[in-house]
Write a protein that binds this ligand. Structure first.
Ligand code: UDP
Length: 260
């Protein structure tokens, strides 16, 4: 049995107290915004959605919801379509971005249904009105859903072209008053260089927003970083593809990189 003690602070120390058969687990955050890229949903595929990866993510998300954490999720669409790559093939950029935003809705519907199929209620909200595919997003609808124990799956990015879902995620994280934005990736944090290309790359445990600009690190786009910086939303970049990692981040294990 878990008794969760709610928000402590982003620098709080992990604390699990065992009282016989009662475990009191201190949770770092009360409300989070989780960003998942569309590409991560591909698993080992070249395109689209890998059902096993989707099911694995749903399981990890349910696990933290059961700790009493309120969860908003922004999901990308890169596994299906990106406006920028469409533009390079001759698509109109705005139309391409709209296709990309629709791709995020497809992914959100898939994630929402994977969650409900394992008994975790979820509500899909869309940045552009397309009821009944999802409900039209508002901050209050998202908060109401989270307070009712549903996962708020926030799709359609910002609803505007020329943005990314990283920026959508920063924006929604600020709007829903999340304590932290968790960016789940396939790399276990932020490195001095791309660890897949440079064997000497070193991982940061913590880094400031300004260091990201100064060092030119490709963590996420600068619009997203700036929004987080200006509104004091910390970011944790971590490897979401290792089962159990999401829970570890939230219960204080020092994995990933904190941006503050
Ligand atoms: N997009 C957009 N506005 C937004 C968010 C996304 O136009 O606010 C479009 C854009 O074309 C982008 C695509 O949707 O390339 C998919 O999003 P993203 O590339 O961020 O997905 P991810 O890389 O996270 O899978």
């Amino acid at each position: 049995m878990h008794l969760t003690s709610g928000y402590v602070s982003i620098f709080s120390v992990r604390n699990v107290i065992n009282l016989g058969n009662i475990v009191i687990m201190e949770i770092r955050y009360k409300r989070i915004l989780l960003k998942l890229s569309g590409e991560s949903l591909m698993g080992d595929k070249q395109y689209g959605i890998d059902e096993n990866r989707l099911a694995e993510y749903a399981k990890q998300i349910k696990e933290i919801a059961e700790l009493g954490i309120q969860i908003g999720i922004v999901i990308g669409g890169g596994n299906i379509f990106r406006g920028l790559s469409g533009a390079s093939k001759g698509f109109d950029r705005v139309k391409g971005d709209q296709m990309g935003m629709l791709a995020t809705v497809i992914n959100g519907l898939a994630l929402g249904s994977a969650l409900t199929s394992i008994g975790q209620p979820a509500k899909v909200l869309t940045a552009v009105n397309m009821f009944p595919i999802g409900e039209y997003y508002s901050k209050w609808k998202a908060i109401e859903a989270m307070e009712n124990g549903e996962i708020a799956v926030l799709t359609g990015g910002t609803g505007c072209p020329y943005f990314t879902t990283d920026t959508g995620s920063a924006l929604r994280g600020i709007e829903i008053e999340a304590d932290v934005m968790l960016k789940g990736t396939r790399v276990d944090g932020i490195y001095t260089a791309d660890p897949e290309k440079d064997p000497n790359a070193v991982k940061y445990d913590k880094i400031t927003y300004d260091e990201i600009y100064i060092k030119g690190l490709k963590v996420m786009d600068l619009t997203a970083t700036t929004l987080c910086k200006e509104n004091g939303l910390p970011i944790i970049v971590f490897d979401m593809d290792t089962p159990g990692n999401l829970k570890k981040v939230l219960t204080g294990e020092n994995i990933g990189t904190l941006v503050y």
